[in-house]
Design a binder for this molecule. Structure first.
Ligand SMILES: *[C@@H]1O[C@H](CO)[C@@H](O)[C@H](O)[C@H]1NC(C)=O
Ligand SMILES: *[C@@H]1O[C@H](CO)[C@@H](O)[C@H](O)[C@H]1NC(C)=O
Ligand SMILES: *[C@@H]1O[C@H](CO)[C@@H](O)[C@H](O)[C@H]1NC(C)=O
Length: 244
């Protein structure tokens, strides 16, 4: 009788076999960053869980009934990149450090109690991509001239707007944390190799993009020299004429 009453209580009803992954169906990660998968689980028994496991659909299949696992609480040879920072009661969070493209894919959490086993299916999807710098210029064709406007944008293809980024010019960090680096009027000194990374994750650094700004300041100098030489010829000629 008591059991029937308990079953009717919503709080008890929610204590079913269940794994809750992050609400987003896809986690987009920059290559080289650390990714944590927030995860919670429940089960209807009193006893703590005996074993917790995480598996990847790249190496496993179905409900991951057998090895290999990327994390196994009973194993002592787990990969360094995969750290379980959950517990054996309700938190099944996993941290993947220095993530790379081969880590893209679907991951599932599995747990085993004295009475039964459960796998959270479908799992959580992770997509890993490289950060990239894209360029937009006011001048569509030809080389960039001093005075043109130019924007460099730090992008991650699978993600919307990036928050804090770190920009580099010729490998040296520059003070700018916005994902767009704006040059309203470029000068020859802005020429260089630019790259970006997530702030605090130098390992996510993108490939470099080279911008070269043609130094049009050179032409007035040439003009002055030409004018000077022409005047010199005239003056010399005038002096010679006066001497006659
Ligand atoms: C799980 O535990 C970790 C470490 O204590 C904590 O940082 C994280 O927020 C917890 N996750 C959830 C979903 O409660
Ligand atoms: C650069 O970005 C600014 C601000 O977002 C924008 O107003 C400008 O049109 C952009 N310039 C180019 C060349 O894309
Ligand atoms: C840029 O070059 C393309 C093809 O070379 C040409 O069709 C286009 O008109 C040019 N645009 C400008 C703004 O000069």
């Amino acid at each position: 009788m008591l059991q029937i009453i308990l079953l009717l209580l919503p709080g008890v009803l929610s204590n079913q076999w269940r794994v809750n992954y992050p609400p987003l169906s896809l986690i987009c990660a920059a290559r080289g960053s650390d990714v944590s998968i927030d995860c919670r689980f429940t089960h209807p028994h009193e006893q703590p869980v005996q074993q917790v496991l995480w598996c990847s659909m790249r190496s496993n299949h179905g409900n991951c009934l057998n090895e290999p696992y990327v994390y196994n609480s009973e194993a002592n040879n787990n990969q360094k990149n995969f750290q379980y920072f959950g517990d054996k009661t309700s938190n099944c969070s996993l941290l993947i450090s220095n993530i790379n493209r081969t880590h893209s894919g679907e991951y599932k959490f599995r747990f085993i109690t004295r009475q039964d086993k459960w796998t959270g299916d479908p799992g959580v999807n992770i997509l890993v991509d490289d950060l990239r710098v894209s360029m937009s210029r006011s001048r569509e064709n030809g080389s960039t001239m001093a005075g043109d406007s130019l924007n460099l944008t730090c992008t991650l293809s699978c993600s919307g707007n990036l928050a804090d980024v770190q920009w580099f010019k010729n490998g040296d960090p520059i003070q700018h944390s916005e994902p767009v680096l704006t040059f309203s009027r470029v000068t020859a000194e802005d020429s260089g190799n630019y790259s970006c990374s997530l702030r605090n994750f130098k390992t996510t650094v993108s490939e470099e993009i080279t911008i070269y700004i043609e130094d049009v300041a050179g032409s007035p100098t040439i003009l002055i020299i030409v004018v000077f030489l022409v005047s010199l010829v005239f003056i010399t000629a005038a002096v010679m004429l006066m001497r006659r």
